[in-house]
Design a protein around this ligand. Structure first.
Ligand SMILES: [Zn+2]
Length: 187
């Protein structure tokens, strides 16, 4: 019982498109590669603060295959993430630096980043949440046992997701309601 009581709930938030702006080219979002291109969505700050005030651990997750493919510099990414931490109340930023060909366990839609965070932060994944605008995060959430809340976008896809909502404000309100009603009974 003590172990269960000490477990916290996490909110995993996809970085690109939710916490920072992205360019859209055709069917894809294009991640910013330099600090100059990196524009944080400052309007997310009061919403993330609400999640933190409710006792949730707030963690950004991101696939950045440019690191292994060679077009994203680690130094520039660190500068971008320093800015992200200074602007938004994040407890952690977890990233997958791999290409598909690396067959790593952490590239979303695989759940490795969520599992890693659960060990590091003592999170109960069954009662944790994933926020994104892309199906890959919903799939990672499903595999890890988290509840997924997607913001409607061209990228939500057909994979299972628990909720699709119009904006991040609606998502945060939903999470706070679900947390207060205890066990999530998603469709
Ligand atoms: Zn990886």
């Amino acid at each position: 019982m003590l172990v269960l009581k000490s477990m916290k709930l996490g909110v995993f938030i996809e970085r690109d498109g939710i916490l920072n702006h992205v360019r859209v080219e055709g069917q894809h979002q294009v991640s910013p590669l330099t600090l100059d291109e990196f524009e944080v969505k400052r309007e997310a700050e009061p919403l993330l603060s609400k999640l933190k005030a409710a006792g949730l651990v707030v963690i950004a997750t991101t696939n950045q295959p440019g690191l292994s493919r060679g077009y994203q510099s680690r130094r520039e990414l660190d500068r971008m993430h320093d800015l992200l931490r200074r602007t938004l109340p994040l407890d952690d930023i977890l990233l997958c630096a791999h290409d598909e060909a690396d067959r790593c366990p952490c590239r979303k839609p695989k759940p490795g980043l969520l599992v890693e965070a659960a060990f590091k932060w003592h999170l109960d994944l069954d009662r944790s949440f994933v926020i994104s605008d892309k199906w890959q995060d919903a799939e990672a959430a499903r595999t890890a046992g988290c509840t997924s809340l997607l913001i409607n976008s061209p990228f939500v896809g057909k994979a299972h997701k628990d909720f699709v909502l119009p904006d991040i404000g609606a998502v945060v309100e939903k999470i706070l309601r679900l947390k207060n009603t205890g066990r999530v009974m998603a469709a």
